[in-house]
Design a protein around this ligand. Structure first.
Ligand SMILES: [Zn+2]
Length: 217
């Protein structure tokens, strides 16, 4: 590299070199297969949080999962308003072009986005000063009411309830997309809620009939 390096870039480059040696070169054949097409069977919607990387948690190889990550693992409802609908574009591609068979919405413990939705600390801030986050997580306002009524706005039980309510809200919003509703009804597509608790490293899966998350054995 000729440009100015920084400890941060050096750290990334060192990792890249390990990847070239251990991940790329020994698996050249697999990389060649992936060169022209990807056929992931699963789409995962997760939080941008640095501690919850779906590829790491599910121990999958490149080409296996199609991932969207954003603040609080949110899916906005089907909207045709002007604006840049990044999540909707990714959903459209995954569902209509790649034809994934499952969409997993994965929330996580200690989610800052969900916490802000709960405390409303960023409400009223300017775009770039917290306003974009406030606006984004306002999607959780409806489900927040129920959480606050039961648990208040502070403490882990309230936060965890909010984190899990966020997964349910994203599943609800997923079903506002006509193509998703149609494919789910025909059995071509399964929707699932999951929750990864950083504190204990346990994955929980949502039972939508009871609304409860249970740890995977
Ligand atoms: Zn998060």
């Amino acid at each position: 590299m000729t440009q100015d390096t920084t400890p941060e870039l050096d750290h990334l480059i060192a990792g890249y070199r390990r990847f070239r040696e251990q991940g790329w070169t020994p698996k050249l054949e697999r990389w060649r297969e992936l060169r022209d097409l990807q056929e992931p069977q699963v789409m995962i919607i997760a939080c941008s949080d640095s501690r919850v990387d779906p590829a790491q948690i599910f121990d999958v190889a490149p080409g296996e999962i199609f991932v969207v990550r954003n603040v609080a693992a949110m899916v906005p409802p089907f909207e045709t308003t002007p604006g840049r609908h990044g999540v909707s574009a990714a959903l459209e591609f995954a569902v209509q072009v790649l034809k994934v068979k499952e969409i997993v919405v994965m929330g996580h413990g200690m989610c800052g986005g969900c916490k802000a939705a709960l405390t409303q600390d960023l409400k009223g801030t300017e775009p770039g000063e917290g306003g974009f986050i406030a606006d984004w997580i306002a999607m959780l306002d409806d489900v927040r009411e129920e959480v606050v009524e039961k648990y208040g706005t502070v403490g882990r039980p309230a936060e965890r309830a909010m984190e899990q309510a966020g997964v349910r809200a994203s599943l609800t919003n997923l079903r506002t997309f006509p193509c998703i509703r149609r494919k789910e009804a025909s059995g071509e597509l399964r929707l699932r809620g999951a929750f990864f608790a950083i504190s204990d490293g346990l994955l929980h899966v949502l039972d939508e009939s009871s609304g409860a998350f249970s740890p995977v054995e």
